[in-house]
Design a binder for this molecule. Structure first.
Ligand code: NG6
Ligand code: CA
Length: 519
């Protein structure tokens, strides 16, 4: 049969119509298709061994395990610091925290430590058409000095790239113990203004130190200032009664906000970025009564189970909204684990055989591995093939890597583009990394770590954690000795000298990290 001209014309018209109908999608629809949503779940003080997929502890965390087992489980991933504020600073700015002397554990009254002119992860994503939100713990400072908590509080998250912000200002153990939404304290009664001070108490206000009879949780060290909900806190606060949060409902509170945000965004054509920094298992550990006793390890274990449940609920929400195939989920922690961090809460007594630090030495505040080596997972249904990655990646690298994902050329000052590694398409990680712990630094290079000499106690006795302070250089080979038991400095002086040189070059800013070649 011969094909007539008429048939050819009909066929051409048909093809053109098909092409046209595909083309008729709006720009933002196409954008949304190309650019995945990003949900960054960031726990507070969760240790490497606290996630059961990491096969070291005895807690069961099925929801985190699902992400780990069906995504990539990173075994060599680092928070940038062994404490909260510096890690968060590095995560959002792609800058080593030790470059900013203000990036250290902040009081609730500290000013914002991110320059509003600085490039940030949410700003970069916003420029690429993303809606951005932070829901959870902030701890990067607010305002410029003297914050009036009864007025609009600015600058804050909204001024560094977040379209929407529902936060707690600092930590759960620091005042003010209120939620702040887009610069305003939530549920504040103007007739009962909030006053906050970190130096002195307000006359007549009870404190943990003077009024032990009012406490439902006892302080062990620090944490003996104002009492809120029977829990003594760091810092003094007066007023704002109607705005005070309920500690046991905090997980449900942030979950509800997170779910609502995802549901709203599902209706929008733009991709979204949800930064979801959770308060668990930081002190005071106040799991909802439904989780009480569930772990057999006291409130710390129960709070981790609660967090795991929240993560499962967020996952379910993404699933129900049909967003799983178009959402990259990243999960990590801001620093390593601690048991007694200032309250008597049975974390030490009921630990049993659980190993929050996994196979590593130290913990929160420490230059040893457990301070910064944290559980880290990437999950993207249908896009990321399940696997385990031993590549060295750090939270500093998320800025450049996610920029590459969404088609932005942004590069954080110290951030490396490891997108393929984060997506499991490559096993190539960083060569070198300068980690930080309470204003001290150490170098990880290849399989090696050097910790320079630091004065100060070897063990912080109150929290019972080895800090990594020593009179001499410490040198470890992590491949052979992940527990950092054997100091090789004396028997391998060549390696020590090689690493000292690299460390000094990076710290003095002479060399960009990427340019360094390990022998
Ligand atoms: C410390 C607190 C600790 C915790 C930490 C910050 C005392 C004695 N200890 O100063 O309880 O709040 O700061 O933790 O006050 S972080 O995870 O936010 O860095
Ligand atoms: Ca923390």
């Amino acid at each position: 049969m011969k094909i007539s001209d008429f048939q050819i014309v009909c066929f051409t018209v048909f093809i053109s119509l098909v092409v046209l109908s595909c083309d008729s999608k709006s720009n933002s629809e196409e954008l949304a298709e190309k650019k995945p949503n990003i949900v960054l779940i960031y726990l507070d003080d969760l240790g490497y061994g606290d996630v059961s997929a990491y096969q070291s502890g005895t807690l069961q965390t099925p929801n985190m395990d699902r992400l780990a087992n069906e995504g990539i489980r990173f075994t060599n991933a680092y928070a940038s610091s062994a404490t909260c504020t510096p890690s968060r600073y590095a995560l959002l700015t792609g800058t080593y925290p030790w470059r900013n002397s203000n990036a250290k554990i902040l009081p609730g009254t500290a000013p914002l430590i991110i320059d509003t002119a600085q490039m940030t992860l949410p700003k970069m994503l916003k420029e690429q058409g993303y809606q951005t939100a932070v829901i959870g713990k902030w701890h990067l400072g607010l305002g410029t000095g003297q914050v009036d908590w009864n007025q609009e509080i600015s600058p804050g998250p909204n001024q560094v790239g977040f379209d929407h912000a529902h936060i707690l200002a600092a930590t759960q153990d620091r005042v003010p113990t209120v939620y702040i939404e887009n610069g305003r304290v939530v549920n504040l009664d103007p007739n009962d203004p909030i006053l906050v001070d970190y130096e002195k108490n307000f006359e007549g206000e009870p404190t943990g130190l003077d009024n032990p009879e009012l406490l439902s949780m006892k302080w062990h060290h620090g944490h003996n200032n104002s009492i809120v909900n029977g829990i003594p806190r760091i810092g003094f606060m007066k007023g704002g009664q109607s705005a005070k949060w309920s500690d046991i409902d905090m997980a449900d509170h942030f979950l509800e906000k997170g779910k609502k945000y995802i549901q709203e965004q599902a209706k929008s054509e733009n991709p979204f970025f949800l930064f979801f920094p959770m308060q668990q298992p930081h002190v005071p550990r106040t799991p909802h009564p439904r989780f009480e006793g569930k772990s057999g390890m006291g409130p710390r274990g129960d709070a981790i189970l609660e967090a795991d449940w929240v993560i499962g609920e967020l996952y379910k929400t993404l699933e129900e909204e049909g967003l799983l195939e178009n959402t990259l989920i990243i999960l990590s922690s801001d620093n390593g684990p601690v048991l007694n961090d200032g309250y008597y809460d049975d974390a030490v007594e009921k630990l049993g055989d659980h190993t929050p630090a996994g196979p590593f030495r130290g913990g929160k505040y420490s230059l040893f591995e457990a301070g910064t080596r944290v559980p880290t997972i990437t999950y993207w249904k249908g896009k990321i093939q399940p696997g385990v990655s031993d590549a060295m990646v750090t939270q500093i690298d998320l800025l450049s890597s996610l920029a590459a994902l969404v088609g932005s050329g942004e590069q954080g000052p110290d951030s490396q583009n490891l997108l393929e590694t984060f997506l499991g398409e490559s096993q190539k990680g960083r060569e070198v990394f300068v980690l930080e712990a309470t204003s001290r630094t150490a170098l990880r290079a290849g399989d090696w770590v050097i910790i320079p000499p630091y004065p100060g106690p070897e063990v912080q006795t109150q929290v019972n954690i080895e800090l990594g302070n020593s009179k001499d250089y410490l040198l470890f080979n992590l491949q052979e000795d992940p527990g950092q038991e054997k100091n090789l400095a004396a028997e391998n002086p060549e390696k020590l000298e090689e690493l000292k040189k690299i460390y000094q070059e990076i710290r003095s800013g002479e060399n960009k990290v990427e340019q360094l070649e390990l022998k």
